[in-house]
Write a protein that binds this ligand. Structure first.
Ligand code: 5GP
Ligand code: ZN
Length: 120
């Protein structure tokens, strides 16, 4: 599997070929605000490496996915989600067509902020 898919929307966002509102970047992870937010805070956290979905994960990805899980609460707080337990956030990782996935580059939605939300 190549690290970058030239036809992938999120690979183009990560490389800066398509603009986005960046939330976070390090050597292996990238986060940016969703273009159609469901909630007052709604960003997408993605690996920089092109992994189509959770279905392609291997044991080698345990560290990467662990880092995403640990980073998400920190970024959620920085992006304006209210503190746990009255605040909090929702994480959603759609996988495959029946799982509701539209963009086939693994991503975790992180949504939060005061309700009501548009969806979710
Ligand atoms: P999925 O349905 O694959 O889980 O979610 C894809 C998400 O990507 C959707 O929430 C959609 O609004 C978001 N999205 C699609 N195209 C763009 C784009 O060009 N820029 C940004 N920032 N988000 C996008
Ligand atoms: Zn990609």
């Amino acid at each position: 599997m190549s690290d970058h898919d030239p036809n992938c929307l999120f690979c183009k966002i990560i490389s800066g070929q398509i603009p986005s509102r960046k939330v976070y970047e390090d050597d292996e992870l990238f986060a940016f605000h969703d273009i159609h937010p469901w909630a007052p805070v709604h960003f997408l956290l993605v690996p920089k490496r092109h992994i189509p979905s959770m279905a392609q994960l291997t044991p080698q990805d345990v560290g990467l996915m662990g880092r995403m899980m640990v980073l998400a609460p920190q970024l959620a707080a920085e992006a304006g989600c209210n503190p746990y337990p009255d605040g909090g956030f929702r994480m959603v990782c759609n996988t495959g067509t029946e799982g509701g996935q539209e963009v086939h580059h693994l991503h975790v939605h992180v949504m939060g902020g005061a309700r009501p939300w548009q969806r979710g």
